[in-house]
Design a protein around this ligand. Structure first.
Ligand SMILES: Nc1ncnc2c1ncn2[C@@H]1O[C@H](COP(=O)(O)OP(=O)(O)OP(=O)(O)O)[C@@H](O)[C@H]1O
Length: 268
């Protein structure tokens, strides 16, 4: 299978702190009495793409949302264990969650541009940070739109409503909005499942380029996509991390029978 990007294969079981973007230690998460993530331990490497795969309901999105405390939005959610990002345990009660979410950006399945212009969408987070200087906003918007491979398509219509863009353009706009804040980590929750195959490939190529500047974690139901774009893949089953290794090994020589059953389509 053709990989979009070559990489030096690292052993994710033995990453040093310097090589690690996210270290998860003994993470347990419950919604009410439902134990959704069970004793998760993993290290996600910096500047690589890591895919989370598994059957519907196995906890992929919940694990992804743990990396920027999205699950805090649900009052029934309780968790313990550590998630270390840049030396800080982000599960610490006093963590500054809005600052965390600028460092750890998130893009969802359905493109969700705000009902405002293309330009204002990209500048939204910067304005919240208090940046007012027009030149600074212009430069940041241009850079983020270029990084999201959207600049050429929108540079002459920056002040039109974001709703006039196609679905694929809207998803790249949402990526640009996150990139404008210079995140260290980008979380993508099924970012292409609402897009056509060509647009999907375009976004996959974009991801391969983006990992030079940030760490990417992606939830996907599409195993071809995981095999194509990710350097590492974690397979979850009923809230447990069953197998986590480089994607070539996971998709060609999985160690666990449950992984093999899933990737060969025997269940899920
Ligand atoms: N806010 C919530 N309140 C209660 N239960 C929840 C909540 N969010 C998720 N769950 C439950 O937690 C479990 C894991 O859900 P999650 O969305 O993480 O799975 P997933 O693997 O991402 O599934 P899918 O592939 O279908 O999106 C499911 O049983 C789900 O019903």
């Amino acid at each position: 299978m053709l990989k979009l990007f070559d990489y030096d294969r690292q052993d994710v079981a033995n990453l040093s702190d310097d090589e690690t973007a996210i270290a998860v230690n003994q993470l347990n998460l419950r919604f009410g009495t439902k134990h959704v993530l069970q004793n998760i331990n993993m290290r996600i490497p910096k500047n690589r793409i890591t895919a989370l795969i598994g059957q519907s309901g196995c906890g992929k999105s919940t694990l992804l949302g743990s990396f920027n405390r999205m699950n805090d939005l649900y009052p029934s959610c309780h968790y313990d264990g550590e998630i270390i990002i840049k030396g800080r345990n982000i599960n610490y009660k006093k963590e500054n969650v809005s600052q965390l979410r600028t460092q750890v950006g998130m893009v969802f399945q359905r493109p969700n541009p705000f009902p405002m212009s293309i330009y204002e969408n990209v500048c939204y987070g910067l304005r919240l940070q208090g940046i007012k200087v027009r030149r600074q906003l212009d430069d940041a918007a241009e850079q983020a739109l270029k990084e999201a491979a959207l600049w050429d398509e929108v540079k002459d219509r920056l002040f039109e409503s974001a709703n006039t863009l196609s679905g694929g353009q809207q998803q790249r706009l949402v990526i640009a909005r996150a990139l404008a804040l210079k995140p260290d980590i980008l979380l993508l929750d099924e970012p292409t499942s609402a897009l056509d195959p060509l647009t999907t490939l375009f976004i996959e190529e974009l991801m391969a380029g983006l990992k030079k500047r940030c760490t990417i974690v992606i939830v996907t139901h599409n195993m071809q996509q995981a095999a194509r774009v990710s350097d590492y893949t974690a397979f979850l089953h009923q809230g447990r991390l069953i197998e986590y290794t480089d994607s070539d090994t996971l998709f060609t020589m999985p160690e666990k029978k449950q992984t093999e059953d899933y990737i060969t389509g025997r269940y899920g």
